[in-house]
Design a protein around this ligand. Structure first.
Ligand SMILES: C[S@@+](CC[C@H](N)C(=O)[O-])C[C@H]1O[C@@H](n2cnc3c(N)ncnc32)[C@H](O)[C@@H]1O
Length: 253
């Protein structure tokens, strides 16, 4: 049976790859890669650096096309399901055609595969659709979430308290009661601005772990404008932005 290992490679710093990741990459025969979206250029650069450093001399790289996501779909959930199914068909076919029956392949995932990434679900779908018989394993990676905390020298939770990881879109819908520490990812709208009148601190980071890294921290009311400007300037310079932040309320809200 074919084996596919999903390897988290960290969110930008090649030194964040784990020793387990190094071992798996050295042993893999085929790497399946998908290039998509905004992170593409940095993802490709990080991947190439990691393969150059750690992959075996005979490894092969197989590119899998990314199906376009339907922008006109009325139901976001349906569109995601459809996209995931198409992606599973493309992955399944590539694994079946490019990997020997007893071979081992790997898929390198940005950050940690358990944090806002669809690869694990897509491979479940490959199995469910019966396209090809595979066994999968996951190697965890250093997420942008933990890199954010490390670079600011903070913890994500306060003593004995919960923290929430959510998206910019969800943040706009409100925060559950009793949650005063919120990590926000995938925020294209600078949703933190809505809290400029509250007693809340922000720890913001862009391009974490890379030479372009930017860190800004302080009360939202004082630094929101600076972050918005830094984001806009970085977007012009690099063509896209990749940022994450923690919001920390001073008193329970
Ligand atoms: C699709 S999610 C993937 C997260 C990834 N699996 C992880 O563990 O970091 C993409 C989002 O992660 C965050 N992100 C990923 N890499 C980042 C980095 N180097 N610096 C800041 N934010 C990052 C951004 O919020 C971005 O919108």
């Amino acid at each position: 049976v074919r084996t596919i290992v999903i390897v988290g490679i960290g969110a930008g710093d090649p030194d964040h790859l784990t020793l387990q990741g190094v071992r798996v990459i050295a042993a893999a025969e085929v790497f399946f890669v998908v290039d998509k979206g905004d992170q593409t250029r940095d993802l490709v650069a990080l991947r190439e650096e990691i393969l150059g450093r750690h992959a075996g001399p005979d490894h092969r790289v197989v590119a899998i096309p990314d199906p376009p996501r339907r922008r006109d779909a009325t139901d976001y959930g349906d569109a995601v399901d459809e996209w995931r199914r198409q992606r599973a068909e493309l992955f399944g076919a590539a694994i079946r055609d490019e990997l020997a029956e007893d071979g081992t392949g790997a898929i390198l995932v940005w950050g940690d595969p358990a944090v806002y990434d669809s690869t694990v679900a897509v491979l479940d779908e490959v199995r469910n659709l019966g396209i090809v018989d595979i066994e999968t394993a996951v190697v965890p990676g250093v997420s942008s979430v933990t890199t954010l905390a490390a670079r600011h020298g903070i913890t994500l939770n306060r003593v004995g308290r919960p923290f929430l990881v959510t998206t910019g879109r969800r943040l706009a819908e409100g925060i559950p009661e009793g949650v005063d520490d919120v990590v926000v990812m995938l925020d294209a709208q600078a949703a933190f601005r809505q809290f400029a009148q509250q007693e809340v601190d922000i720890y913001w980071g862009a391009y974490l772990g890379t030479p372009d890294e930017i860190l800004i921290a302080g009360p939202v009311r004082d630094v929101a404008t600076r972050i918005v400007e830094a984001r806009a300037a970085a977007r012009v310079r690099k063509g896209w932005i990749m940022d994450t932040y923690l919001l920390r309320w001073r008193t329970s809200h």
